[in-house]
Design a protein. Structure first.
Length: 290
């Protein structure tokens, strides 16, 4: 009897082992796949940027008598217009919001920039004091001998102190992580103009006068860019903008009261901007479901 019980127990053990092995063979273990992130561009973002700008000021100068207000017509040989560079580094920050629809991304972005752009040039109102009548830019110099001459010179220095933009953005995704876009909208900024005027008093004494004023201008901007995801929240971008702040006036710059010659300047400022930046998009990553 004892031998029969032992044999039955052994048989049951072999049966259980075989059933378990068959069950494992029927249902093999498979490791779950790792979910890939879905690269979402929708949401608020903030960032910083830095770059360089190549600006251009196209400036005209007109002269007048500061006592009578009568325009002074510069004689031949005078320089009354010039175009000069205003180049420099820029840095600032931006913030915006994107909406993604399939491969298209739409957005609105604003930025403020510090600017080191500046440039200068000189304007000459030629004059020759031929006794006893002085030239138009040398009032009162009737004492000089025949053939003597000199000039009234105005040196203009302009500095774009800061600027900003408010722009729309429309782009298409080349890949889920790479966005090519166009952008355009409102531009604004402050330009400071400093004028240094040199000339002579009626007594023939050399004098100089320095004056400055600032003007806030609004214009337009347009450009293109590329932005790529580093992670779901972080991205890097490279952007080009053309900016036109339009025409503005500065002055008057004058030698009065020691001399009666004054000048006004009229300028138009345009700019080419190249900058690189990073953005942080708020919100966590969206994970694909399986």
């Amino acid at each position: 009897m004892k031998r029969i019980v032992i044999g039955m127990a052994a048989a049951m053990s072999l049966f259980a082992t075989g059933a378990l092995a068959a069950d494992l063979a029927a249902r093999p273990y498979v490791k779950a796949p790792i979910a890939d992130p879905v690269w979402s561009w929708t949401g608020f973002y903030v960032g910083a940027n830095a770059g360089y700008s190549w600006g251009r000021s196209r400036t005209n100068v007109s002269y007048f008598d500061s006592v009578t207000g009568v325009a002074v017509a510069p004689p031949a040989g005078s320089i009354t217009s010039a175009s000069f560079d205003m180049n420099g580094a820029i840095a600032g920050g931006q913030a915006g919001y994107n909406w993604q629809n399939a491969n298209w991304v739409y957005g609105l972005e604003g930025d403020l920039q510090w600017s080191g752009e500046r440039g200068s040039t000189g304007f000459v109102c030629a004059g020759s004091a031929v006794f006893p009548v002085a030239g138009p830019c040398l009032p009162g110099l009737t004492f000089l001998p025949a053939g003597a001459g000199t000039n009234t010179v105005l040196t203009i220095d302009q500095h774009l102190q800061w600027f900003g933009t408010i722009r729309g953005r429309v782009g298409i995704l080349a890949t889920p992580k790479v966005l090519f876009y166009g952008t355009g909208g409102l531009a604004f900024g402050e330009i400071k103009t400093t004028g240094t005027m040199t000339g002579f008093t009626p007594a023939g004494v050399a004098i100089a006068s320095i004056g400055s004023n600032s003007t806030n201008r609004a214009g337009w901007t347009a450009g293109v860019g590329v932005e790529g995801k580093i992670t779901q929240n972080w991205s890097a971008k490279l952007e080009y903008l053309y900016m036109d702040l339009g025409r503005f006036s500065s002055g008057p710059f004058t030698l009065a009261p020691l001399s009666t010659i004054s000048a006004n300047a009229s300028s138009r400022f345009t700019d080419h901007i190249l900058r690189a930046g990073v953005n942080y998009q708020f919100g966590g990553p969206v994970v694909a479901k399986y």
